[in-house]
Design a protein around this ligand. Structure first.
Ligand code: C5P
Length: 236
């Protein structure tokens, strides 16, 4: 299990392998060899390449964040978590909105070798989205409600936007992992990300892990882009 306390002050970069094929993913990992030690395999690559994507990351001597955002009946989610654990996955996401039983089943099945990350409210959702789904109150309230429910059910890591990060760290204390996507080095192109933060911002906000995709994968020199972010983290 990866603990929040061990990461504090030296947040780790997770490079998103948002690539259409295993060949493209391997090419990016080759360009980052000796630097990146943690990769995210998401829905696109896992749907295209399956468990081979996880194995390819492990062949590179790196750890794996499997971002499948599981949400189903507790038994099905626990079974998927078991499969991920047997593949050697280190971090795996679930939707906290699956409820306390589903969260507890996932956390129990993950055991000590893997950490479950809870997703609260997707950043593509706003208050109107919540209203349409029958949830009243603000996005912030819903994020805190789901995170506390997940924590009580045994979930010890959360994915959050940089905006919610300080609030979650204050509510949940020192222990949990807080994994932050949408990170953009100062002066970088935001792409389609609307609410971005710099690596320094999220380190100061209490993040343990930064998920970075395009600022590294689409850079002319991904290795140099990785090093620049690493320096910004170290200086924060
Ligand atoms: O390329 P970029 O750095 O924007 O990639 C960020 C990664 O984090 C992508 O894999 C994206 O799906 C994921 N993500 C995100 N924002 C969220 C949740 C996940 O960008 N709120």
């Amino acid at each position: 299990m990866i603990h929040g306390d061990t990461g504090r002050g030296k947040a780790e970069i997770i490079v998103a392998l948002d690539e259409p094929s295993l060949k493209d993913a391997r090419h990016l990992m080759d360009r980052l060899a000796g630097r990146a030690k943690f990769y995210k395999v998401g829905l696109q690559l896992f749907t295209a390449a399956g468990p081979a994507a996880v194995e390819a990351v492990k062949d590179h001597g790196a750890r794996v964040f499997l971002d499948l955002k599981l949400h189903d009946i507790p038994n099905t989610v626990a079974s998927a978590v078991r499969s991920a654990r047997e593949l050697g996955v280190d971090l795996c996401t679930i939707h906290l909105s699956g409820g306390p039983e589903m969260c507890a089943a996932a956390a129990a099945e993950a055991g000590d070798r893997m950490t479950i990350l809870g997703v609260t409210v997707l950043t593509s959702s706003n208050q109107a989205t919540l209203e349409a789904c029958g949830v009243h109150g603000s996005v912030g309230e819903q994020v805190v409600r789901l995170a506390k429910m997940g924590y009580a059910a045994g979930v010890r890591g959360f994915v959050a936007s940089a905006l919610e990060l300080p609030m979650l760290r204050a509510e949940l204390g020192r222990e949990p992992l807080l994994v932050i996507p949408g990170v953009r080095p100062a002066g970088a192109d935001a792409g389609d990300q609307k609410r971005t933060a710099t690596p320094a911002d999220v380190v100061r906000g209490g993040a343990t892990h930064l998920v970075v995709g395009r600022p590294i994968s689409r850079a002319d020199d991904p290795g140099a882009a990785f090093d620049a972010i690493q320096r910004e983290i170290a200086a924060a």
